[in-house]
Design a protein around this ligand. Structure first.
Ligand code: DHB
Length: 398
């Protein structure tokens, strides 16, 4: 016989305990708004999932202002620019000079570790290895979801508000009726091959390289560990790539008459990352609200994913705080529209950076030259550089 679920009552039920769900939970608890977070994966799996590493100043401030600054300030690396490399030449952009802003390189999995530690320290109710199986009554004032924990025990969370923070394959998103929603998407004919290597830094700033052989990104993690990516086929098998083959491929994409050479070392992680642009509209239905990748996905070029998720968290947190302190749900009603403004700007930026820097296999030579013309227009003009710098470092809140 089916088990009777144990009932858990709270104000906000959060489905998904990645950075977006945990950040929202942390802010809500700080404002005295009770919440429960339920996450499908175990802590170790999320901790070992490598994602992007660039934080806009606003995201750093959000961590710092809410008391999670510890390691982002001491271990994060402030970057005041990037290098756009094309035709084998470097074109440095100085964000501080252009728009008086910087970004911080701090890996997303470290943010997860920091947020999870802060939630544990503050007595937050975060349950890992728990699978949500049903979401109920989101159109009523008493929405609920059911989940099963690692031991097979069944629970039902009764809340005022539910939040879907369960990533790009969101279960929460699928609960919204088809008749009231629209999905916007683009797929790309390439992916990224990402590696982590024990090597010194090859250059002071990140290098985004356009080459006839495809895109490469030379990023960093620390003085002794580097993160690099190169454009590849979406069906590439990482086992077919030896360390030497990987570095040869990366090197030929950054090579130029200046003799620039990558610093190499043993590779200890290899993954293929999919590429997709996706937006769900609206981001809410009844009492269910989507944040982060559950509501929208950007391709990785420009590292907007986590920044955008934190921007959603900020808008939703302010709306929830207003609702719980005044009973007025106007801001909650405006959440989707408000969040979507920034989401579409970031969608445009990520799409633009991707198309300008990548070379799809079999590209028309006209399109390759056109992309170089675009890169030249951006880098040879202060206005062009400022446009990129403002988007990369994050637009002011609108
Ligand atoms: C990283 C990833 C990105 O997509 C990007 O644009 C910059 C940096 C990274 O993983 O370091």
């Amino acid at each position: 016989m089916a088990q009777e679920p144990r009932i858990l009552r709270t104000k906000v039920g959060i489905i998904g305990g990645g950075p977006a769900g945990l950040m929202l939970s942390h802010l809500l608890s700080g404002a005295g708004i009770e919440n429960i977070v339920v996450e499908k994966n175990d802590h170790e799996t999320i901790r070992n999932t490598h994602r992007a590493g660039i934080l806009e100043a606003q995201a750093v401030r959000m961590l710092a202002d809410s008391g999670i600054e510890g390691r982002v300030l001491s271990h994060g690396d402030e970057h005041s620019g990037i290098d756009l490399r094309f035709n084998g030449e470097s074109h440095p952009l100085d964000f501080r000079e252009l728009v008086d802003a910087t970004v911080t390189l701090y890996a997303q999995n470290e943010i997860f570790v920091d947020l999870a530690a802060a939630r544990a320290r503050d007595g937050g109710d975060v349950r890992y290895s728990c699978e949500v199986t049903e979401i109920l009554d989101v159109e009523s004032n008493n929405p609920k979801f059911r989940f099963t924990d690692a031991n097979g025990a069944v629970y039902e969370v009764h809340a005022d508000i539910l939040v879907g923070a369960d990533g790009s394959r969101s279960f929460a998103r699928r609960q919204m009726p088809q008749s009231t929603r629209q999905d916007f998407k683009v797929s790309y004919p390439f992916a990224w091959f990402g590696i982590l290597t024990e090597a010194p830094k090859s250059a002071p700033e990140l290098i985004y390289a356009n080459s006839p052989h495809g895109f490469a990104l030379i990023s960093q993690r620390s003085d002794s560990v580097q993160r690099m990516y190169f454009q590849c086929d979406p069906n590439e098998n990482v086992e077919d790539w030896s360390d030497d083959r990987i570095f040869d491929e990366l090197q030929r994409r950054v090579a130029g008459p200046d003799g620039f050479e990558l610093k190499t070392g043993p590779i200890f992680d290899k993954t293929v990352l999919g590429f997709r642009s996706f937006v769900r509209e609206p981001l809410s239905h009844g009492r269910l609200f989507l944040i982060g990748d559950a509501g929208h996905t950007v391709p990785p070029t420009g590292a907007k994913g986590l920044n955008l998720a934190f921007a959603d968290v900020k808008v939703l947190f302010e709306a929830l705080d207003s609702y719980y302190s005044t009973g007025d749900d106007t801001l909650l009603g405006g959440y989707s529209q408000q969040a979507l403004k920034r989401i579409w700007k970031a969608q445009n930026f990520s799409y633009w950076m991707t198309s300008m820097l990548h070379t799809p296999v079999g590209t028309d030579p006209f399109m390759m030259r056109r992309a170089l013309g675009e890169l030249d227009s951006v880098t040879s003009s202060t206005y062009g550089q400022q446009y990129l710098a403002e988007a990369y470092t994050g637009w002011p809140n609108s």
